[in-house]
Design a protein around this ligand. Structure first.
Ligand code: BEZ
Length: 192
C-alpha cells in the first residue's frame, strides 16, 4: 500500500539551529545524488542492517506490482556502510518528496571512514509504515526485484547499482550481494 510521509517529515526537525546537516545514504543516495551537497564522505552506522524490505510503489515498482528497496532494521553488532553528505537543511524538502513512500527522518550517529563521528540524519522506513513488505525468502525477493519496474527504472538496476557502489566502497553486505547474485543468475538462465 502506498503512503505519503512528506508532511510528517516537515515536523521532524532535528538540527534546527544549523544551516547544514549530515545525511547518511545507505541506498540510492549512495549512487544517485541528484541533490546539491558541500561534502561527501564514506561513513557507517552501527547497530543497523540494510534490508530489501520496503515496498516501492512509486519509483522501482507500481501500486499493482511493487518493487523492493532498502530500509534499515535494528541489528545489534551490525555495521551498515554508506555515504554521508553535508547538505543545506533546505535540501531535505525535495528529498522528503522523493522518499515519501514510508520513510521518516531519524537522527543517528555517523562514523566517518577517517575515524571521526557526528550526529546525522537517515531516512528510515519502519514496519509500521503501510508500504513495508518485510522479510521473505531470498529467492522470492530476487524474483520480485528481477520483475519490477517503475517510473525511476527497473528494480534490478536499483539493486545492481547499489551492489556496485558498495563494492566500490569496499563495503561488505551479504544481503545485498547475495540478492544481486541471484538476480543476475535468474537473468542469465532466462537468456539461455
Ligand atoms: C538512502 O539512500 O539512504 C535512502 C534512499 C531512499 C530512501 C531511504 C534511504
Amino acid at each position: 500500500m502506498t503512503v505519503d510521509t512528506t508532511q510528517l517529515n516537515r515536523g521532524r526537525v532535528f538540527f534546527g539551529h544549523s544551516d547544514t546537516l549530515w545525511l547518511f545514504g545507505y541506498g540510492s543516495l549512495i549512487w544517485k545524488t541528484e541533490f546539491a551537497y558541500h561534502e561527501r564522505r564514506p561513513a557507517h552506522i552501527q547497530g543497523w542492517a540494510r534490508r530489501f524490505w520496503q515496498g516501492s510503489h512509486d519509483h522501482r515498482g507500481t501500486p499493482d506490482a511493487p518493487g523492493r528497496v532498502v530500509t534499515l532494521v535494528e541489528s545489534p553488532g551490525s555495521t551498515c556502510h554508506g555515504m554521508a553528505y553535508r547538505i543545506d537543511t533546505g535540501t531535505l524538502g525535495p528529498l522528503d518528496v522523493r522518499e515519501k513512500n514510508g520513510y521518516l527522518r531519524e537522527q543517528v550517529m555517523l562514523h566517518f571512514a577517517e575515524g571521526d563521528h557526528t550526529e546525522g540524519l537517515i531516512y528510515l522506513a519502519t514496519k509500521e509504515n503501510a508500504a513495508f513488505l518485510g522479510d521473505a525468502p531470498l529467492d522470492a525477493m530476487a524474483r520480485q526485484i528481477a520483475a519490477a519496474h517503475g517510473p525511476s527504472g527497473s528494480n534490478r538496476d536499483y539493486l545492481l547499482n547499489l551492489a556496485s557502489a558498495l563494492d566500490d566502497l569496499g563495503a561488505e553486505d551479504r544481503h545485498v550481494f547475495e540478492l544481486a547474485a541471484r538476480v543476475k543468475a535468474r537473468q542469465a538462465r532466462q537468456k539461455k
